[in-house]
Design a protein around this ligand. Sequence first.
Ligand SMILES: CC(C)(COP(=O)(O)OP(=O)(O)OC[C@H]1O[C@@H](n2cnc3c(N)ncnc32)[C@H](O)[C@@H]1OP(=O)(O)O)[C@@H](O)C(=O)NCCC(=O)NCCS
Length: 169
Amino acid sequence: MRGEKVNLRPIEKRDLEKLNQWKNDKDVYQFLGGGYQPISIDQQEQWMNNLIDLTGDNKRFIITDKDQVAVGMVGLYGINWIHRTCEIGLYIGDKNVQKRGYASEAYRLLEKYAIEYLNLRKINLKVVSANTAAIFLWEKLGFEKIGEYHKERFIKGKYYDVTVMEKFI
Ligand SMILES: CC(C)(COP(=O)(O)OP(=O)(O)OC[C@H]1O[C@@H](n2cnc3c(N)ncnc32)[C@H](O)[C@@H]1OP(=O)(O)O)[C@@H](O)C(=O)NCCC(=O)NCCS
């Protein structure tokens, strides 16, 4: 999938090192669903086949810049083919290239794919309420807040609220 600033492509084995680097970066992972759980490159390698698999209910893509350099990952998770819903996860792992519009465009490319080829109807997400960059991003992209879990996630010694959002696509 090609945009003006970024492209999306399937994950490949050669992405192992970058995925492991991002996974072990606290700033990138602490506010994501799985939290900050550093892992060795060997363990990451064992997971690669799951990450690569695009045939099931999870569809993950590498975000690259226009020089084909991997800068992040975006994925649709837990796709329900009856209800036509899913959850989204997104990060720009290379912090030097955040705030360039990459996440916004990556989302729009994936949304278009979800409408035109996966026949999905609604995208849901959960985001830590204190993650203002992400909250602004999702609001800008048309997601609506529908509720909040209180003291839901334990991050760096503290419990954080989590905002629940949805978008009909
Ligand atoms: C949140 C994240 C994906 C944004 O990626 P990005 O490529 O920097 O986002 P964009 O450049 O497309 O910015 C889109 C909008 O997000 C908001 N935004 C992004 N970074 C922001 C920041 N540091 N502070 C406030 N708003 C910010 C702005 O509204 C921005 O729109 P604008 O440029 O028109 O003002 C990125 O910071 C990231 O990967 N964070 C760590 C992982 C994470 O929290 N993922 C989301 C989990 S739900």
